[in-house]
Design a protein around this ligand. Structure first.
Ligand SMILES: Cc1cc2nc3c(=O)[nH]c(=O)nc-3n(C[C@H](O)[C@H](O)[C@H](O)COP(=O)(O)OP(=O)(O)OC[C@H]3O[C@@H](n4cnc5c(N)ncnc54)[C@H](O)[C@@H]3O)c2cc1C
Length: 237
C-alpha cells in the first residue's frame, strides 16, 4: 500500500499574468481622450483615475488584465472556489484519466478547531492538544483506509472513475484558474476576512489561505489598483 502524504498548506503559483495599473487607466481613458495606449505612463494621474474608478464602481476597465494561477488545494476548497463563475476559467486534474496521488489535507496545529455560537453568528476558537490529536488521528485513519480501498480496486482492474468514489474531500486536487483583476477582487472580498472590509465575509480558513496567496500577486502586479481596493473598503468595482 502506498503511504499517504499529509499536507497542511496549499500551493498558489502565478503561472503568467498580463496585468498592470496602466492597463486599467488606458482602458478607462478611451472614454474621454480616445486611444492613449502609446502614451507614457503617468503614475500620479493613473492613481487618481484608478481610485475614482474603484470608488464609483466603474468596474469594466479592470477587466483588461489577466492572471493565470496554478493551485493545489483540497477538493473541498476547489468546490468552494469553482462557485466563482464570472470572469473565471478553470481546468482541473482528472480522476478519470490518471491515478490520484495520496496527498491529503490535515489542518496545522494552529488552525482553530472549535465552532462557538449559532449558524450566522459564530466564531472559531483554538482546540486543546487533545482536540488536535483526536482530529489528526481520525483524519489519518480515514485517509489511509480510503486510499487503501482505492488502490485495491485499481489493482483489481476497476476503472479509475469508479475507484475514486471512495476518496474524501480532504484529498488534494490541482487546477489552473484564469481571472481578471475585477473578478479577482470580487473573489478576495468574499474569500478573505478583513476588519477593514465594508462588507465583512467569513470564509472557511482553507480557501482563505488560497485567497491570501493570490492577493499577494495582485498587490505586486497592480499596486495602485490594490491600494485603491483597500482604501475603498475591499469592494470589487
Ligand atoms: C462565507 C461564504 C459562505 C457560503 N456558503 C454557501 C452555502 O452554504 N451554500 C452555497 O451554495 N454557497 C455558499 N457560498 C457560495 C456563494 O453563494 C457564491 O456562490 C460564491 O461566493 C460566488 O459568489 P458570486 O456568485 O458573487 O461570484 P460569481 O459567480 O463570480 O459572480 C460574480 C457576480 O456576477 C453576478 N452574477 C453571476 N452569475 C449571475 C447570475 N446567474 N445571475 C445574476 N447575477 C449573476 C453577481 O453580481 C455576482 O456577485 C458561500 C460563500 C461564502 C463567501
Amino acid at each position: 500500500m502506498t503511504a499517504i502524504q499529509p499536507r497542511s498548506n496549499v500551493t498558489v503559483e502565478l503561472v503568467k499574468s498580463s496585468a498592470t495599473d496602466s492597463d486599467v487607466a488606458t482602458a478607462a481613458r478611451v472614454s474621454t481622450i480616445g486611444g492613449s495606449h502609446t502614451a507614457e505612463v503617468d503614475l500620479m494621474k493613473d492613481a487618481g483615475l484608478i481610485n475614482f474608478l474603484m470608488r464609483d464602481r466603474h468596474g469594466s476597465p479592470f477587466e483588461h488584465t489577466s492572471f493565470t494561477f496554478y493551485v493545489e488545494a483540497p477538493i473541498f476548497v476547489a468546490r468552494e472556489f469553482f462557485r466563482h463563475r464570472a470572469g473565471f476559467s478553470y481546468n482541473e486534474e482528472s480522476g478519470r484519466y490518471k491515478q490520484l496521488q495520496p496527498s491529503f489535507y490535515v489542518p496545522a496545529v494552529d488552525r482553530p478547531l472549535l465552532q462557538v455560537g449559532k449558524p450566522g453568528a459564530y466564531s472559531f476558537k483554538q482546540g486543546s492538544d487533545a482536540h488536535f490529536a483526536r482530529m489528526a488521528a481520525n483524519m489519518l485513519h480515514a485517509y489511509n483506509e480510503a486510499y487503501e480501498a482505492y488502490e485495491d480496486m485499481l489493482k483489481a482492474g476497476i476503472a479509475r472513475e469508479v475507484a475514486r468514489m471512495v476518496l474524501p474531500v480532504g484529498l488534494f486536487t490541482s487546477f489552473y484558474v484564469t481571472c481578471n483583476a475585477r473578478s479577482l477582487m470580487h473573489f478576495l472580498g468574499l474569500r478573505t476576512k478583513s476588519h477593514t472590509a465594508t462588507f465583512p465575509s467569513f470564509p472557511q480558513r482553507e480557501i482563505e489561505m488560497v485567497a491570501e496567496l493570490m492577493e499577494d500577486h495582485l498587490a505586486e502586479q497592480m499596486p495602485l489598483t490594490y491600494g485603491a481596493y483597500n482604501s475603498n473598503g475591499r469592494v470589487a468595482p
